[in-house]
Design a protein around this ligand. Structure first.
Ligand code: CRA
Length: 829
């Protein structure tokens, strides 16, 4: 393969012959150098893992060079930067993406003459430091921040164990620990010299300082050290990168020598084990609160380290903390880091002796908050006694923030004590709690939702009282995804086709995909489009066969639902449709339907019983359907285990149909919906989250819409929803439920799935029964449409052509312009 000069990053000022050059010859020398000097392996005995390390290190060198060159610019006195505070980052494997972003994939291939670069790329363990959409969104934003040259740092936690690995045993999910750091991590650089000490627990004392001022001191009963590990994230064909700074907890002193000398070895290391617990493991709940002390400690730990790091940087630049908000804007990714509001106040008031009013003004100008969910079970609140025992000083500060805030409210709404109670940061309706969303609201200048519909619901459902108080604070920034990883990297076939058609600038200017519209009806282009989709499906079919043993037909319609398993996402509605088709095929042995492969992927929170039962149901239905000769291979059902970023990259390019079927009003945005559509899948979906905007963009005629709207769902619930009526009124639906209850899918066990079916018939919180018939009918239209190959392909092309809006570049520009007031660096000459 010849290298494409257009796709090489603007040459850094270092000439090509230097150590960090980009030509195939220099890359080759670098690989071999690193193999010898860093990995310590002779060429003759190097195994693929060694080559991976050597290549990755060579790529890291080239990124670090950009980072170092940017150093001066970032630390200029007038540069304002964003700190993106997030308990989760889900970047996916770095190597392939960094090669792409540096513009050296082809050169690296050439440098490896004959060796399989993709094999090496595939060896990388991914940092699974997130649950799903929220963590992946943070990673997409770092990619865009770097690409667009914004000064930015992502701050988070270096979990030793990320999201668990999922295996399927006997149809059930089994979790094992994700030991992602075991093979080592070449992308990170430990920075012990920037370590921070964090206090936990204990009590507070008051004292009078030398100026006679009343002050408070926090006497902790534990301290932990936070050590930063830096991973540079390079932008696409840009001289810029951002830093992902993740904190790891270490014991303040590894050994208690007093205990050690007494011969109590275990006593001596106890403190170490205890402290290092804090960054040990990611809580695997997606949108489900887990009110554990350790979780609160994790949140405070990384927030405290990050705020102190920013203060350090601010002071080092010779600025006073009076200007903190001019140096840093801090984005709270959901409420997980919301304690930062109280921590910045504590630092300014307690440590730097700033008057409260001044400190509060700075704090309010610093923070902005993104809400990612309306689900009540996800809204974080901490029991007051727990909060106070971990963070005694912060509790006092929260009380003071609240007192002043509520005084203000009282002057505006005198006598409205109900309103006061709803706005209060402290929930006093029963057992007392600290409401983190209220803390984030009060402490931020701006709050945003993540899709238009969601942002409206944030105003009207979640925070109506805050909205009454100050409507100007509310904004929308619809989520976006990076086209680099999710098209450029994962779908090279389609990328080449698009490049050949409209040039390659679309990868950093996604609106240019519009130019594809002109080719949507072109027969030759359609042929190419279909060929690539088929190749991608064939590849996925091989992966499915290798990983599950199920053989699927690449020419069948690939109907895909990949995302966390949750009742509101309604994977079980998809299953009801599958059983409907199964039932029809059983009743009519000659029935012709469009052949389909149903593919599911996603993890269930380990403590979420219903979600795990849904996984079991999918696998049970798969076992029955895939074996049954009556099905004549017309439908296949596959559950692909361990859905993660790496697997997602193989799945999106192969999708024909994207299932986005959440109950309207429940999915804040969704981002898988965007990635699938960007890869040419058509969506079957409800008017929920960003589906609404996707449909607006691609056109109603290129989107399969069904189901209740958010308003209709609300009305139905208000009028008294009776799911049983729907079931009894629809013989086909009744048959489906009866089939599940008959034990057909569970070796005669009639009780196994009863909790699921009983819930659907008796409560059905997510309105599956109401949406079943519209969904099944809409699926019939899908099957019908798929038979018209040309028309389907045209719709697929138009979906891709109209995805420009959903680039994370657009989203990041909106944050920068409307919330952060951030200017990008000017490019190097
Ligand atoms: N679970 C929402 O549910 C949204 C992402 C990113 C979620 C998704 O609809 O696309 O955030 N919410 O905005 C969340 O994590 C804590 O709330 C998600 O990933």
């Amino acid at each position: 393969k010849k290298s494409d000069p257009k796709k090489t990053a603007p040459a850094p000022d270092a000439p090509e012959h230097t150590r960090t050059g980009m030509s195939p010859e220099i890359l080759k020398a670098a690989f071999i150098d690193n193999l010898t000097l860093a990995v310590g392996r002779p060429l003759e005995t190097a195994v693929p893992e060694d080559w991976y390390q050597a290549i990755a290190l060579s790529v890291r060198d080239r990124i670090m060079q950009r980072w170092v060159r940017q150093f001066e610019k970032r630390n200029a006195p007038d540069v304002r930067q964003v700190a993106y505070l997030s308990a989760e980052f889900l970047p996916g494997p770095h190597l392939g993406n960094s090669l792409l972003n540096l513009g050296i994939t082809d050169n690296a291939r050439e440098a490896l003459a004959g060796q399989d670069l993709d094999l090496y790329i595939g060896l990388e363990e991914e940092p699974g430091l997130g649950n799903g959409g929220l963590g992946r969104l943070a990673a997409c934003y770092l990619d865009s921040l770097a690409t667009l040259r914004y000064p930015a740092t992502g701050y988070g936690i270096r979990y030793e164990f990320g999201i668990f690995d999922q295996a399927i045993k006997d149809g059930w999910q089994v979790e094992t620990t994700d030991k992602w750091l075991l093979p080592g991590n070449v992308w990170e650089i430990k920075r012990p010299n920037f370590a921070q000490v964090v206090k936990i627990g204990g009590h507070t004392e008051t004292f009078t300082d030398q100026h006679g001022a009343f002050r408070v001191r926090w006497i902790p009963d534990r301290v932990v050290v936070g050590v930063p590990y830096d991973t540079p994230i390079v932008g696409y064909l840009s001289d810029s990168c951002v830093l992902l700074r993740l904190w790891s907890a270490e014991a303040a002193q590894s050994f208690d020598f007093a205990d050690f000398n007494r011969g109590d070895y275990y006593g001596a290391v106890e403190e170490k084990v205890f402290s290092e617990n804090i960054s040990k493991v990611l809580y695997p709940n997606d949108e489900q609160l887990e009110g554990k002390r350790l979780r609160l400690e994790q949140q405070y730990f990384f927030v405290a380290c990050s705020i102190k790091d920013m203060i350090r940087l601010c002071l080092r630049r010779g600025s006073t903390l009076e200007r903190f908000h001019e140096m840093f804007c801090v984005q709270l990714n959901d409420t997980h880091p919301a304690i930062a509001v109280a921590e910045l106040m504590r630092q300014l008031v307690d440590k730097y002796a700033m008057p409260w009013e001044r400190a509060w003004d700075i704090t309010r100008r610093t923070f902005s908050y993104t809400n990612h969910t309306l689900l009540p079970e996800a809204l974080e609140k901490w029991p007051l006694p727990l909060f106070g025992s971990v963070l005694p000083r912060h509790l006092e500060i929260v009380y003071e923030i609240n007192r002043r805030f509520l005084d203000e409210v009282r002057t505006r709404f005198p006598g409205d004590e109900d309103k006061i109670a709803r706005l209060s940061i402290i929930d006093e309706s029963g057992e007392k709690y600290v409401r983190m969303a209220n803390l984030a609201m009060v402490g931020s200048h701006t709050v945003n939702g993540v899709a238009e519909l969601h942002s409206e619901l944030v105003k009207t459902q979640l925070f109506p009282d805050f909205h009454d108080l100050d409507p100007k604070r509310f904004q929308n920034v619809t989520n976006g995804v990076t086209p680099r990883r999710f098209l450029g990297l994962s779908n090279p076939g389609l990328t080449r086709l698009i490049d050949g058609c409209i040039g390659d600038s679309w990868l950093s200017d996604l609106d240019r995909l519009r130019e594809l519209e002109a080719f949507a009806g072109d027969a030759g282009f359609q042929q190419d489009w279909m060929r690539i989709k088929l190749e991608n499906k064939s590849r996925l079919a091989r992966i499915i066969r290798d990983r599950t043993g199920v053989v699927v037909d690449p020419t069948s319609l690939f109907d895909i639902q990949v995302k966390r398993i949750h009742e509101y996402k309604r994977q079980h509605l998809n299953v009801l449709h599958i059983i409907t088709l199964y039932q029809r095929l059983k009743h009519d042995p000659r029935l012709q339907i469009t052949p389909r492969t149903f593919l599911f992927g996603g993890k269930a929170a380990p403590g979420y019983y219903m979600a795990k039962l849904i996984i079991k149901l999918i696998n049970a239905v798969a076992d029955t359907v895939n074996q049954d000769p009556a099905v004549r291979d017309l439908i296949k059902v596959v559950f692909l285990p361990d859905y993660n970023v790496k697997h997602a990259q193989n799945i999106y390019p192969a999708a024909d149909l994207s299932e986005q079927i959440s109950t309207a009003g429940k999915e804040a945005s969704g981002t898988g919906n965007m990635k699938l559509s960007l890869n040419g899948a058509l969506t079957i979906g409800t008017l929920d989250g960003a589906n609404v905007e996707i449909r607006e963009e691609v056109g109603a005629e290129n989107f399969f819409l069904f189901g209740l709207t958010c308003e209709q769902a609300a009305r139905l619930r208000a009028d008294g929803y009776n799911p049983g009526d729907y079931c009894h009124g629809d013989p086909e639906l009744r048959g489906v439920i009866e089939l599940i209850d008959s034990g057909l899918f569970s070796h005669g066990d009639r009780e196994l799935f009863r909790p699921l079916t009983a819930h659907l018939l008796e409560r059905d919180d997510y309105l599956l029964m109401a949406d079943y018939r519209p969904y099944v009918n809409c699926q019939q239209q899908v099957g019908h449409a798929y038979r018209d190959c040309q028309h389907w392909t045209r719709m697929s092309i138009l979906n891709v052509a109209r995805m420009g809006k959903f680039s994370s570049d657009r989203a990041v520009r909106e944050y920068a312009a409307n919330i952060w007031k951030l200017k990008p660096f000017t490019p190097d000459p």
